[in-house]
Design a protein around this ligand. Structure first.
Ligand code: UFG
Length: 325
């Protein structure tokens, strides 16, 4: 059955892929995005409303004007270092504005919410792979802001029946397999796009942040998960909420860890280009290994990641990156 979904942050990296998928599956989409980091031309379907998710009057006009069957929330600030330097910005955008959105949903009777959470809620892992019951001990304001919202969601469900799914992404990467969309952050801080910019000659070199970690090659290990697979998980979460089943929190990762050096080697193979590497000091707050135990998403949501090979993730990101001017 076709539904109407409000995608907050639908002009951003993951949100824009979600909008395209929802439209492909026959759903109507409205995007709310302030375009502070998103791109108007990344909204391939539906209607774009340019505005701030913390603007209650705007939300009242939007949610009061038509019926929405769910809200998906991708609009957040996501840089760990910035969150340490400017915590208020993170609590304002990621927590306070999200609360305004949730209050507006309650006021207008929208009862299903899918939230973009993060592996950063776990902090420095006590065990790897990390399952959802691992202690939540975020080590920076970014991670705390996401965990605060997850806790708010549990309270709002208990008190008001607002049903939600929180999806804890590990390292979102890759690009639309059809080549229409990709990652465009400014500044870019994520490893795969930086490596590919170096491959494309748009960046002189890539710096490896730390070569003395307790891992097989001394560099950090991450669980890279394809953006298209993330979006499929969101759709399954929505369908679960619409079917009346309980929500909850789910990890989204492939369960495979790759080191920074392995990512660079894969990028060399995929692109056939030379990639200059510098070795630098550790970046503050980076755990040595973050790998997901995503069994819950597989078993409960029925999630089956299709693009779980790092080659595929890098190849799709490269198709996007190399097509850019
Ligand atoms: N790295 C480098 N050089 C770079 C950039 C990154 O060596 O120029 C390394 C990092 O140290 C890390 C790995 O590559 O070991 C991946 O770094 P990213 O910045 O791409 O991703 P993170 O693992 O730091 O961050 C991701 C999300 C964040 C989120 C975090 C924790 O992008 O939004 O996971 O959930 F906060």
């Amino acid at each position: 059955m076709a539904r109407h979904v409000l995608v907050v942050g639908g002009a951003g990296y993951i949100g824009s892929h979600m909008v395209a998928l929802l439209a492909e599956r026959g759903h109507a989409v409205t995007v709310l995005d302030d375009l502070s980091s998103g791109h108007r031309d990344a909204v391939l379907a539906g209607e774009l409303v340019v505005g701030d998710l913390g603007d209650r009057a705007l939300l009242d006009a939007l949610l009061g004007g038509r019926r929405f069957d769910a809200v998906m929330h991708f609009a957040a600030r996501i840089q760990v270092a910035e969150s340490v330097a400017q915590p208020a910005r993170y609590y304002r955008n990621n927590v306070a504005a999200t609360l305004t959105l949730l209050e507006a949903m309650l006021a207008h009777g929208v009862g299903a919410f899918v939230f973009s959470s993060t592996a950063a809620v776990y902090g420095e892992p006590q065990r790897v792979p990390i399952d959802e019951d691992h202690p939540k001990a975020p080590v920076n304001p970014y991670g705390r802001s996401k965990w605060m919202v997850e806790q708010m969601l549990a309270d709002l469900e208990a008190a008001h029946g607002l049903r939600s799914v929180s999806l804890r992404y590990f390292n979102a990467a890759g690009a639309d397999p059809a080549g229409r969309l990709g990652e465009r952050h400014d500044p870019e801080t994520h490893l795969i796009p930086l490596v590919l910019q170096a491959a494309a000659g748009r960046r002189e070199a890539v710096t490896v942040f730390g070569t003395d970690y307790d891992t097989h090659d001394g560099t950090c290990i991450r669980d890279y998960v394809h953006v298209a697979d993330l979006c499929e998980a969101h759709l399954l979460a929505l369908e679960r909420l619409w079917a009346g089943a309980p929500g909850g929190a789910f990890n989204l990762g492939n369960g495979n860890g790759f080191s920074v050096r392995e990512v660079i080697e894969t990028a060399r193979r995929v692109t056939g280009r030379a990639i200059r590497v510098r070795e630098g000091p550790r970046r503050a707050g980076d755990p040595a290994r973050l790998v997901a135990d995503s069994r819950r998403a597989r078993e409960v949501l029925g999630w089956r990641p299709r693009h779980d090979a790092l080659e595929t993730i890098v190849a799709h990101a490269w198709a996007w990156e190399s097509a850019r001017a």
